[in-house]
Unconditional design. Structure first.
Length: 185
């Protein structure tokens, strides 16, 4: 019998907490973040954070909820995100993933919350906000302890990597959303 990892999310510990903004040169009423995500081609996803972004696709959960699958390298880890939509509106999407993470110590899991929104600037542009919040699971913490690593050091490295990654992808996401929005109107 296989022991399944403990995927209990430890919401009081943050492996990521980053918000980066960028301008979208398109009117807010023409922006549809949920539509953009559902139609985001794999290669366009890769262009949004080279060389970190590896692959993206769109599917559903077993019960039919929309889900974005993203494969990306963040810091020294390979992550497979299983983002399930909680909010899927034209100007706001919030997705939650119990993500698989390949680390030097092996596979583990973390929870990642990805929140994308735009705010109308009133001048034909809008501000795109890309927010990423991460929480470890009990298995993630146990793996750190088994490896003799300091959880504080791992969390600090994870936060720094997430911040750097967010600064890489956010302006490129904004430009992609802009192109997609303007092409549709």
């Amino acid at each position: 019998m296989t022991d399944w990892p403990d995927t209990t999310v430890l919401a009081d510990i943050f492996t990521a907490s980053t918000v980066v903004t960028a301008t979208v040169n398109a009117p807010a009423q023409s922006v549809d973040i949920a539509g953009w995500l559902r139609n985001l081609p794999d290669k366009e996803y890769q262009r949004c954070a080279p060389p970190d972004h590896k692959a993206a696709g769109y599917t559903t959960t077993d019960d039919g909820r929309p889900m974005s699958i993203n494969v990306e390298a963040i810091g020294t880890s390979l992550m497979i995100q299983h983002y399930v939509y909680e909010i899927a509106e034209p100007r706001h999407c919030r997705m939650v993933s119990l993500s698989d993470v390949l680390t030097a110590g092996g596979w583990t899991t973390i929870q990642v919350i990805w929140d994308l929104s735009v705010t109308d600037n009133g001048d034909g542009t809008c501000t795109y906000a890309n927010s990423v919040t991460g929480h470890p699971t009990a298995d993630f913490v146990a793996m750190a302890e088994r490896g003799g690593a300091s959880l504080d050091d791992i969390v600090a490295a994870s936060r720094a990597a997430a911040e750097a990654h967010n600064h890489l992808e956010t302006p490129n996401y904004a430009a992609s959303i802009e192109r997609w929005s303007l092409a549709r109107h």
